[in-house]
Each structure stands twice: as structure tokens, then as C-alpha cells.
Design a protein around this ligand. Structure first.
Ligand SMILES: Nc1ncnc2c1ncn2[C@@H]1O[C@H](COP(=O)(O)OP(=O)(O)OP(=O)(O)O)[C@@H](O)[C@H]1O
Length: 264
């Protein structure tokens, strides 16, 4: 097919930095330099893109976390009405779930962790390529998701979206809050239910939460034990399984001098 202009596509990268105890062994596969999917790679003639050298085993990202720490996902957008009017045609397309191929020269192809065609919804892109980063961050694993691409390639559409089709950022925020359930109950004070998390110049705090000054390890452990009682009453399943209703003990450490100065 004759082409006038490469179709717009943008890349979504997600990075999950493993915790120090996690293995950093890579599962990536090295292409023979001149071959992707049995065809010649642009890597042999140009250094335009690096990702063609590596791709993960991977279409399994939908069901399990990718084994790579850094994954690169490509999303094509459809041609806009204006581009169609101007007679522009698609020159790169998604060939399956991991290959981007050139229409004019089919031997020109790049492989990525995941490739989405123009009919894919943002929700699907999120579920496959981003959700695991949010889940990981809830478990304490640092993660970054960012989009890059030429102007008008669809970065804003993918990351921010709109009311009708929310982007990765609102979907991630919603997910994060549904994971932690938005509810903070004070386990040391039965009256302290559904407390608000607030912020002031000193930092983030839970409004109205009961604070205890602990003076010894035994005192601290007795308070933790006291908090376990109401939690098990509220969430008996916590006895048997790990749940998202984790007791979060606010640890406020003051140096002795600060405590005494605040008492005077
Ligand atoms: N997957 C998609 N499906 C339908 N329309 C899309 C898609 N991606 C982008 N668009 C549309 O294409 C146009 C350009 O997209 P967008 O503004 O997101 O690009 P951008 O990469 O953020 O551009 P810039 O870098 O100039 O800010 C917008 O009108 C947007 O609605």
C-alpha cells in the first residue's frame, strides 16, 4: 500500500523496580540481529529504535506480571477525519500482539512487549499494560508509567482520556483507592470510624485518630494486640487470609526533647 505518512502511534512504558530482595534476572529474549519473526529487522540498517532487540516472552501480560522490569507497549490510534480527508494512509500497523510492521515493506518490523491496534479501548490498554504496576505499588514495589510519542499521537487521550473514555491516570487512581477501600477505622477507638485522611503543612494525617505515647516495646505490642481485637471482629476473614484490610499503625516518632518541649 502506498503511504504518505506514517500512522501515528505512541509508546507506553511501564517500569516496575523490584524491591531489593527481588531477583532482577531478565527473561528477555535477544533477537538474532537480522531477524524478527523470521523477517529482516530494521536494526540491521538503522538505529532508529532500540526495542527491536528485546521482547519479553509475553503475551501473557494479561494474566500475570511481565517478567521484565521495563516493558514497552505501543498503541496505534485511528486516523482522524482530517487525516482521512487529506488522503493519509496507514503505513505501520499492529501485526498480532507484539509486532509493529510496515505496510509498504513488510520485512520491516519491530517487536515490543505488547502492541495494540486502533480499535483497542483505553480500559483494555490499562488492564493489560498498566494495572500490574498499580497492584505492585500497593504492595510496596515502585512503579512508573509514562507515555511518549510525536505530537498528536494520542498521549493525552491514553493517559488522561475524558469522561467517556477515562485514561490510565484516572483508572489507576480509582484502582488504587478501591484496593485500599478508602476506609480508615481507628482500631484503638471504636467511635473512630471512617476517618478522613487530611494534609496540612506538617504532612498527611488521619483526622481524629487516637494517639498513644508508647514508652516501651511491651507497651507498643500491647496496643497492637488491643487493635487486633476489633479488626478480627470487623474482618473475621483476616484470620485466614491476607486481606486488603490491613491494620495500619501510625508510627509517630518524637525525640525526647521534642516531646518535653511540646509538654511545656
Ligand atoms: N486511541 C484513540 N482513539 C481515538 N482517538 C484518539 C486516540 N488517540 C488519540 N486520539 C485523538 O487524536 C487526537 C490527538 O491525540 P492527543 O491529544 O491525545 O495527542 P498527544 O500525543 O497528547 O498530542 P500532543 O503531544 O500534541 O499534546 C485527539 O483528538 C484524540 O482525541
Amino acid at each position: 500500500m502506498a503511504t504518505k505518512q506514517a500512522s501515528k502511534f505512541q509508546k507506553l512504558s511501564s517500569r516496575v523496580a523490584n524491591s531489593p530482595t527481588s531477583s532482577t534476572t531478565s527473561s528477555s529474549k535477544q533477537f538474532p540481529e537480522h531477524s524478527i519473526d523470521g523477517v529482516s529487522s530494521p536494526a540491521s540498517s538503522s538505529a532508529r529504535s532500540k526495542p527491536q532487540f528485546h521482547y519479553s516472552e509475553s503475551v501473557s501480560v494479561e494474566t500475570e506480571r511481565p517478567k521484565e522490569n521495563v516493558t514497552v507497549t505501543v498503541r496505534f490510534r485511528p486516523l482522524s477525519p482530517r487525516e482521512i480527508r487529506q488522503g493519509e494512509e496507514i503505513s505501520w500497523y499492529a501485526d498480532g500482539e507484539t509486532i509493529v510492521r510496515n505496510e509498504r515493506n513488510p520485512s520491516l518490523a519491530y517487536a515490543y512487549d505488547r502492541v495494540f491496534g486502533p480499535t483497542t479501548t483505553t480500559r483494555h490498554v490499562y488492564d493489560v499494560a498498566a494495572q500490574h504496576v498499580i497492584g505492585g505499588s500497593m504492595e510496596g514495589i515502585n512503579g512508573t508509567i509514562f507515555a511518549y510519542g510525536v505530537t498528536s499521537s494520542g498521549k493525552t487521550h491514553t493517559m488522561h482520556g475524558d469522561q467517556r473514555s477515562p485514561g490510565i491516570i484516572p483508572l489507576a487512581v480509582k484502582d488504587a483507592f478501591s484496593i485500599i477501600q478508602e476506609v480508615v477505622n481507628d482500631l484503638l477507638n471504636p467511635a473512630g470510624q471512617n476517618l478522613r485522611i487530611r494534609e496540612d503543612t506538617q504532612g498527611t494525617f488521619v483526622e481524629g485518630i487516637k494517639e498513644e505515647v508508647v514508652l516501651s516495646p511491651a507497651h507498643a505490642l500491647s496496643l497492637i494486640a488491643a487493635g487486633e481485637g476489633p479488626r478480627l471482629k470487623q474482618y473475621p476473614e483476616a484470620l485466614f487470609a491476607s486481606s486488603s484490610n490491613h491494620p495500619n499503625h501510625c508510627r509517630c516518632t518524637h525525640r525526647a526533647s521534642q516531646v518535653s518541649s511540646s509538654e511545656t
